[in-house]
Design a protein around this ligand. Sequence first.
Ligand code: NAP
Length: 296
Amino acid sequence: MYDIIVVGGGPAGMTAAIYARRANKKVLVFEGKACGGQILNATEVDNYPGFESISGFDLSQNMYNQALKLGAEFKFEMVKKITADKKVITDNGEYQAKAIILATGAENRRLNIVEEADYIGRGISYCATCDGNFYKGKDVAVVGGGNTALEDALYLSNLCNKVYLIHRRDQFRGEDKYVEQIKLNDNIELILNSQVVDLIGEEHLEKVTVKNNDETTKTIDVSGLFIAVGQQPRNEMFADVVEIDEKGYIKAHDEVYTNVEGIYVAGDTRNKVLKQLTTAVSDGSLAATIAIKEMK
Ligand code: NAP
């Protein structure tokens, strides 16, 4: 029997584990892939107090090592289901806790165009820092207008011959400091008010067709398409236990409470105003502190 099972090893989940271990609780964290969540792919994090600049990978590793050193247990298993009486069922077994903290974050949103899935690893990538190296000296495109897309375009401009940045509007959601850097960069070409509508290639992606909002289309030669159009939660496996909103986020009240006693939620997987590393960490500490206080 664990005191607290944390589902998800991103910043929210790892912070919850750190807080729970500091209160000497028996803690197990389930993570499907690698700990760190979305920041694992961030080239540079410069908005986390205490670190002027750190790679997302290094920050993830620091958090993981800190939780591990404090005695948190980690299991790399996919959680399939939870129950209201605090059982966690994974692809490998069944575990009982007194409290559960759901911190599953969000995953990369797809463009949902025909053949997108077929080209993954053959021209389509959702992670510029992971896959950029494969496209050294080549022409690539990035889709999206948030911080991730802007950062990806800048990162790839240092590796690739040319980077097209395709965005569906003419205003960027991402920060001005990145937009300014992009505008000064000679090998980034903006394709605004446009969406990718077709993927063309034999074994590997060779071209993409983009359609402007005025209905004109053009086809550009690219070897890689980096899709950075935001994230979406994946909470279907919890839907029969906790309330989920229409966008798929777990409904939270008073920040980290779900509708079920003893089941809490932390980080990007809950409905909230600001989804950031700092707010995920804040949620993790709050959820663990409340879980400890209310533990029966
Ligand atoms: P995001 O801010 O949600 O931006 C998603 C972008 O994709 C938007 O520009 C959106 O366009 C576009 N988009 C969404 N669906 C689309 C579709 N079907 N087709 C074409 N375009 C589509 O996501 P993000 O950039 O991944 O960032 C997530 C969060 O992490 C943000 O809060 C961000 O600030 C933060 N972040 C921070 C850093 C950093 O501080 N260094 C780095 C990366 C991310 P519209 O604008 O038209 O909706």
